[in-house]
Design a protein around this ligand. Structure first.
Ligand code: UDP
Length: 485
């Protein structure tokens, strides 16, 4: 085994966002509470740093969450920093296996034995060497997901307060979840506190430990979620070649996370095989996901095309994911995209004309976010037919845009959608008939779709903005850190 000694962790730049911006969307009471949270955090962190460590700066929900939340942390005057692990593809294959196991599936079916432990520990030991040069006693380190759990003990030895946050989990355990947790348990247990997205995700052996349930949130002012008018949405999508038939007449600019302006580039080949984009007036059903089997992009394609004659004639399906070379911690991406592409190629011509696979470039993450924003807004209906889901930020993102969402009644999605009120839930995500039936219902009953979309936006306003998240962080940190000082 190639043991590495020098890790070079990436320091992700955080661009501070003033809390006043978020407060502008809140009731006076909530805005006041947010101010109080910030004040307490400043006191708690005086002279100390709040570190966040995860596996990637882009692609997927954790990177999305950290981008927004840490900007507000900095804006609140807390010395907040974000580091990304330095690891090789072999490490990420192993941690993807653990991720899949925790989600109750075999993944690549490989072992989690002593050789895997040695590999896992060696990579994290080299990262720890670098961390111990930066993290000081009394700092707080928030470690995200299985990739980072092996750092806990070493960082505690350095005198830091260490919280481990799991963004993944499964409602009912099975042999795979047991196996995944058995691997992680010795690394996870030494942490001072734990965060999970749902109570059901907490393993039994952590039940008497300091654990806080904190679901994710979105940043309404990020390029991903900022309000865009229809003309702008249309212009962006035409320019990027994702929608046909009209000139890009609207504003093509977007604001980057560092505050500078960007312009949407002309893209020639975002759709698979250079296939023609859907007409501008088609009603789009959209699923945005990483190319991960548990997102079941293939099932969405199958469910839509199997019942195509019953789908209203003006509807098209678009499956949207990142260009696969852009997400370094997800080795499955290329394989899953290839499987979906193969399935699409096998479709008859008329079904291929109504379905589109888009791989959005990741070389410019702000443009990528702006494109996703425009697609989610352009969508008539958003789907998230995952087979397992820790939370599913794409659901909240679409709900914020007042889109009706059809999603699986699993994991964190159940905390976001109240069936029939602010979204439609699928009891059994593997049941393609139920999926198609629900789709047809929402596509034909326009009043229902509009009513659900409006309620969805209100739900996010109420539960899934950053102030709730920051105040939950605040409570956990006060409990852990002040007890110790
Ligand atoms: N996403 C993106 N570009 C893509 C595909 C996904 O920006 O091409 C984003 C998506 O908008 C969301 C995140 O990646 O913010 C996915 O988070 P989610 O919690 O839904 O799933 P995860 O990938 O963490 O399993």
């Amino acid at each position: 085994m190639n043991i590495r000694h020098n890790a070079l962790m990436r320091n992700v730049e955080i661009h501070p966002t003033k809390l006043g911006r978020l407060a502008s969307l809140l009731s006076p009471d909530r805005a006041f509470q947010l101010g109080q949270t910030a004040e307490r955090a400043r006191l708690l962190f005086a002279g100390h740093t709040m570190w966040n460590i995860n596996a990637t700066a882009q692609g997927g929900g954790v990177a999305e969450l950290l981008t927004g939340l840490l900007a507000y942390g900095r804006g609140a005057g807390v010395d907040t920093r974000w580091l990304v692990l330095d690891a090789d593809p072999e490490f990420f294959s192993l941690t993807k296996r653990i991720h899949n196991n925790i989600h109750g599936v075999p993944g690549d079916g490989g072992p989690l034995g002593s050789a895997e432990r040695r590999r896992y520990e060696a990579v994290l030991a080299s990262n720890l060497t670098e961390l111990t040069r930066q993290v000081r006693p009394g700092d707080v380190v928030l470690l995200h997901d299985p990739q980072t759990a092996g750092l806990i003990e070493g960082l505690r030895g350095r005198g830091a307060h260490v919280i481990w946050r799991s963004h993944i989990g499964r409602d009912e355990s099975n042999d795979y979840t047991e196996r995944g947790w058995e691997f992680l348990r010795p690394y996870v247990e030494p942490a001072d506190g734990f965060i999970f997205s749902r109570r059901k995700f907490v393993p039994d052996w952590l039940s008497d430990r300091t654990t806080q349930i904190i679901p994710p949130s979105i940043d309404p002012f990020s390029a991903k979620n900022l309000d865009l008018d229809d003309a702008r949405v249309r212009a962006v999508l035409v320019r990027a070649g994702l929608v046909a038939n009209s000139e890009p007449v609207g504003d093509l600019s977007f604001v980057r996370r560092d505050g500078t302006a960007g312009l949407v580039r002309k893209h020639e080949n975002l759709l698979l095989d250079g296939a023609p984009p859907p007409p501008a007036d088609a009603r789009l059903v959209v699923q945005v996901s990483r190319w991960d089997r548990l997102k079941d992009m293939a099932g969405v394609l199958r469910g839509f095309t199997d019942r195509l004659p019953e789908m209203p004639a003006d509807t098209h399906l678009m499956l949207v994911g990142p260009a696969v070379e852009g997400v370094s911690d997800d080795p499955e991406g290329a394989e899953v995209l290839a499987e979906c592409a193969e399935m699409w190629q096998q479709l008859p011509d008329h079904a291929r004309d109504r379905t589109h696979l888009a791989a959005l470039p990741m070389d410019d993450v702000d443009e990528n976010a702006h494109l996703v924003n425009a697609l989610q807004r352009h969508a008539y209906l958003v789907v998230q037919k995952s087979l397992v889901e820790g939370f599913g930020l794409t659901v909240t993102e679409a709900m914020w845009k007042a889109r009706p969402v059809i999603a699986s009644a699993i994991g964190g999605i159940q905390d976001q959608i109240t069936d029939g009120q602010d979204g439609l839930l699928l009891d059994d995500p593997t049941d393609l008939d139920q999926f198609a039936h629900t789709l047809i219902q929402a596509l034909t009953d326009e009043d229902l779709a509009a009513q659900i979309g409006a309620a969805a936006r209100a739900r996010v306003q109420d539960r899934f903005l950053g102030d709730r998240h920051l105040s939950q962080y605040g409570k956990l940190l006060v409990a852990l850190v002040s007890a110790d000082r």
